[in-house]
Design a protein around this ligand. Structure first.
Ligand code: IDP
Ligand code: MG
Length: 182
């Protein structure tokens, strides 16, 4: 992670409220717990996760026996009435370890009961660790994940170097503000 012009301990980390966290209406509780870290929210968005995004996010785990299940889990297939996630970038001193500490261990049964995963997570009868949130585990992972989930303009800081390119793609706009020429 090369965040220029900032203190060496400044970090940014990706936090995702997974579909079980959304389905159980835990977003408020989770963000309240995370506020204990006294970090800054640098980006936030609610989105449906495509198979491509889920696959790219977890590609380093593709040989694990639980890979198919975590793809379905992140895409919201186990929570069809709340098929979405909330993705955020938290930034500040030692953001990665602070958020991981509040998150707790991967296995919600082993996570300290005072952590977010320990408080709200469960193991399903299918054996999926529904642990409510994702949090980047180190600087390399955080950089890769932030760049995967967010465009530079969606983040309030210039976290990583950018270039400006001319792109010509079509995008949806509000009909009421569309230019007359369209
Ligand atoms: P992390 O989310 O704590 O960084 P990873 O090893 O990166 O843990 O695993 C990604 C996700 O895969 C976990 O958050 C959890 O939902 C799921 N997972 C990890 N290990 C297991 C397992 O042994 N059984 C079932 N699900 C698992
Ligand atoms: Mg991980």
């Amino acid at each position: 992670m090369t965040i220029t012009g900032l203190k060496p301990d400044f970090e940014a980390t990706l936090l995702i409220v997974k579909p079980d966290g959304i389905a159980k209406s835990l977003t408020g509780n989770i963000l309240t717990r995370l506020s204990e870290a006294k970090l800054e929210i640098a980006a936030a968005k609610c989105l449906r996760v495509s198979r491509e995004l889920a696959f790219e996010h977890y590609k380093h785990l593709k040989h694990k026996p639980f890979f198919d299940e975590i793809i379905d889990y992140l895409m919201g297939h186990y929570h069809p009435d709340r098929k979405k996630v909330l993705a955020l970038v938290y930034a500040g001193a030692n953001a990665i370890s602070k958020v991981r500490e509040l998150a707790g261990a991967t296995n919600p049964e082993e996570a300290d009961s005072c952590t977010i995963r320990g408080q709200f997570g469960r193991i399903t009868t299918k054996g999926v660790y529904e642990n409510v949130i994702h949090a980047s585990s180190d600087r390399n992972e955080a950089e890769r994940e932030i760049k995967l989930w967010f465009e530079p303009d969606e983040i309030i800081f210039d976290l990583f170097p950018t270039v400006t390119e001319k792109v010509t793609t079509q995008k949806k706009v509000w009909a009421s503000v569309a230019s007359k020429a369209n």
